[in-house]
Design a protein around this ligand. Structure first.
Ligand SMILES: [Zn+2]
Length: 314
């Protein structure tokens, strides 16, 4: 482990390791038809489009630059790790990555009172570097390199589905456009991941062909005929959890027959801290070992939906 990561781990344990404990407390058993714990690891992939929630435009511009640069830098090494290990990871992808400049019709555009500019415009400071806002090359690479990876929809433009500016027309356009643009790139998303896990307008998801979504709290919601909402899971970062913490969480989940659902953004991976070698790779290997012992199943969201509602999902 690098000095920085060791120091972070020491500080966390001196503070009582609260984050890992909270994650363990939030674990809930999977619904009945699933016989053992279920594991799914998702990367929410958004380049510059995921950080517009911040209300301060100056902070926002800087955040968007830093975050998209890190994602662009980490994408290939992370994909190579997944290619080498064959570890199945789901990707929650914004429609913006398939077509950053798609025209959203008047009446369906997200215009929150707290956002000064055009929600859909490429940030001016990033225009010079297409790698930071145009996702086409990354989607082509995912399709070519990880052809069996599950692609989930993260909506079109990372809007806040709970904001009053997200009217039904706005939400519907964001859901359908996100799906359509991913389809135009050859993907068939079966599940939906709400931006910032802010769940809203769930009733629209089934009409757009989604059977399952990541929910916003610890509980499952799987009423027949409704979209299945999974527990929200937890944000994973080697700066906030150690490998030992991660293993402890998985051990508890196995005992409880729970859903273990870590999700991340590529910005949290720091290549200078050897995170691929010291954190993600051994974390994936340990999950594989549990799977080989029959202690958990690795499922993607489409797989979970088919198991929970076999009559409902083609
Ligand atoms: Zn997001």
């Amino acid at each position: 482990m690098t000095f920085k990561r060791s120091l972070q781990a020491a500080l966390r344990s001196a503070r009582g390791g609260g984050y890992a404990r909270r994650i363990i407390e939030s674990l809930r058993p999977v619904p009945e038809p699933l016989p053992r714990a279920v594991f799914n690891f998702t990367i929410d992939f958004e380049l510059c489009w995921g950080t517009a929630f911040d209300h301060d435009p100056r902070h926002q511009a800087r955040q968007r630059a830093l975050s998209s640069e890190a994602q662009a830098r980490n994408f290939e090494p992370f994909v190579r790790l997944l290619e080498r290990t064959g570890f199945p990871v789901s990707w929650a992808v914004l429609g913006k990555l398939a077509d950053a400049r798609h025209a959203v019709p008047e009446g369906a555009r997200f215009r929150p009172s707290w956002h000064p500019g055009d929600w859909y415009a490429v940030p001016e400071g990033l225009l010079h570097d297409e790698r930071l806002w145009n996702g086409e090359r990354y989607l082509d690479s995912l399709r070519a390199t990880l052809p069996s990876a599950e692609i989930l929809s993260h909506g079109y433009a990372h809007i806040d589905y709970r904001d009053r500016a997200a009217t039904e027309a706005v939400a519907r356009a964001d859901i359908t456009l996100g799906r359509r643009l991913l389809e135009s790139r050859g993907f068939r998303p079966e599940g939906f991941v709400y931006p910032c896990n802010k769940v809203g307008h769930e009733g629209l998801l089934r009409g757009s062909g989604f059977k399952i979504a990541r929910g916003g709290g610890p509980e499952w919601s799987a009423a027949p005929g409704d979209v299945i909402l999974s527990p929200v899971g937890f944000w994973i970062s080697p700066g906030a959890l150690s490998l030992a913490d991660f293993k402890r969480i998985v051990d508890h989940a196995i005992e409880l027959r729970a859903f273990v659902h870590p999700w991340m953004h590529l910005v949290e991976c720091d290549l200078r801290q050897r995170d691929l070698q010291d954190f993600y790779r051994p974390a994936f290997d340990s999950v594989r070992e549990h799977e080989a012992r029959g202690e958990l199943e690795i499922l993607n969201f489409g797989g979970i939906a088919r198991r929970l509602a076999p009559l409902d999902v083609p």
